[in-house]
Write a protein that binds this ligand. Structure first.
Ligand code: NAD
Ligand code: UFG
Length: 340
């Protein structure tokens, strides 16, 4: 079985390519390198010990995508490609709608024309918005999102549901990720953000290595055990394995299905700082700063549907996540640029 992985050079995509190859799938990867480097593909090939076709292709390029489907018999697509920075999406909504929504429409048209009607899509817990209480369940209302990035994820979920309603040959697995962190156990691939990181774990790692002076904790007056924000952090390798199970499922089932990929456990920002310090024996200086606009107090999953439908459950704990994040950061202080 052959699976096209869009955005396969990126953070979650690169880990998923490795797990898909290990599970015996053939993969074809397409990425425009907007937010990734060719070096990640090179390292994935070395780690997997396997070659696979790679295309530098934008998902909005219909001819380029069609050419990939002409050259390869693709049974299913895992669709990671897209823009993902919440703050940037507020500044550049057109770019986000064009790339995420427009790109997905083009991809689906090409898939339909090629007779490939199975897609596993990277959605996000952000579609639950700020009103639903945690643990978040798939049947809760979605759509009360607060920024264009979140709205693209919600819109794409609705588009894929409509496609499945209109044609019962389609399968769409809408994977709602919680907070992916960690890196491959080798320390060879990991998250390589451009500029100053927005997300907690890359920021903590860059403070630990001395690139940034101290962490700002955005608010200690939330209604949580220690006052700092609580999230459901999930190891990227577990997330990658969830995609293998989602493809297995998509090959055997029809229709649209939203599925959470989280651990079901929430950790606060201070929990993460402590866990990182203990796992790695390194101090992470921090200060308490004002709340970040748009943040919610608590967000964690009910992961039981993934267990029931996919037979998948996260295996790695917070210490594994902190250790593996640090291994990647310390071995590659400049990310893929350092070619460490
Ligand atoms: P990433 O930026 O590392 O990976 C995305 C990849 O897509 C990059 O390699 C980028 O170059 C590529 N890409 C972007 N636009 C493209 C286009 N038009 N054509 C072809 N390739 C394109 O991000 P990630 O963290 O690996 O996230 C993967 C997916 O998961 C994204 O859709 C993201 O929105 C979603 N997601 C991520 C998180 C998270 O916290 N990392 C959480 C929820 C959902
Ligand atoms: N935080 C800090 N300091 C930082 C960065 C983050 O205190 O420098 C805190 C945040 O306030 C939050 C927690 O750490 O309480 C996690 O923040 P992240 O930015 O790492 O993650 P978010 O939960 O805010 O966002 C993530 C994804 C988004 C997605 C969202 C909802 O990055 O793409 O989950 O699912 F939209």
């Amino acid at each position: 079985m052959s699976v096209l992985i869009t955005g396969g050079a990126g953070y979650i995509g690169s880990h998923t390519v490795i797990e898909m190859l290990a599970a015996g799938y053939d993969v074809v990867v397409a990425d425009n390198f907007y937010n990734s480097k060719p070096e990640s593909i090179r390292r994935v090939k070395t780690l997997a010990g396997k070659e696979f076709p790679f295309y530098q292709c934008d998902i909005r390029d219909k001819d380029g995508l069609s050419e990939i489907f002409r050259k390869h018999r693709i049974d299913a697509v895992i669709h990671f490609a897209g823009l993902k920075a919440v703050g940037e999406s507020v500044e550049k909504p057109l770019e986000y709608y064009d790339c995420n929504v427009g790109g997905t429409l083009t991809l689906c048209e090409v898939m339909r024309d090629a007779g490939c009607k199975r897609i596993v899509f990277s959605s996000s817990a952000t579609v639950y918005g700020s009103f639903n209480p945690s643990p978040l369940k798939e049947d809760m209302q979605t759509g009360a999102v607060t920024n264009p990035y979140g709205r693209t994820k919600y819109m794409i979920e609705e588009i894929l549901k409509d496609i499945c309603r209109s044609d019962n040959e389609w399968t769409a697995v809408l994977l709602r990720y919680f907070n992916p962190i960690g890196a491959h156990i080798s320390g060879q691939i990991g998250e390589d953000p451009n500029g100053i990181p927005n997300n907690l774990m890359p920021y903590v790692s860059q403070v630990a290595i001395g690139k940034l002076q101290q962490l700002s904790i955005y608010g200690d007056d939330y209604d949580t055990a220690d006052g700092t924000g609580v999230r459901d952090y999930i190891h990227v390798a577990d997330l990658a394995l969830g995609h293998v199970k989602a493809v297995d499922y998509a090959l055997k089932n029809k229709g649209a299905e939203a599925i959470n990929l989280g651990t079901g456990t929430g950790y606060s920002v201070l929990d993460i700082v402590k866990a990182f310090e203990e796992a790695n024996g390194i101090k992470v200086p921090y200060k308490i700063a004002p709340r970040r606009s748009g943040d919610i107090a608590t967000c964690f999953s009910d992961p039981s549907k993934a267990k029931r439908l996919l037979g998948w459950q996260a295996q790695r704990n917070i210490d594994d996540m902190c250790r593996d994040s640090w291994r990647w950061q310390s071995q590659n202080p400049s990310g893929y640029d350092g070619l460490g």
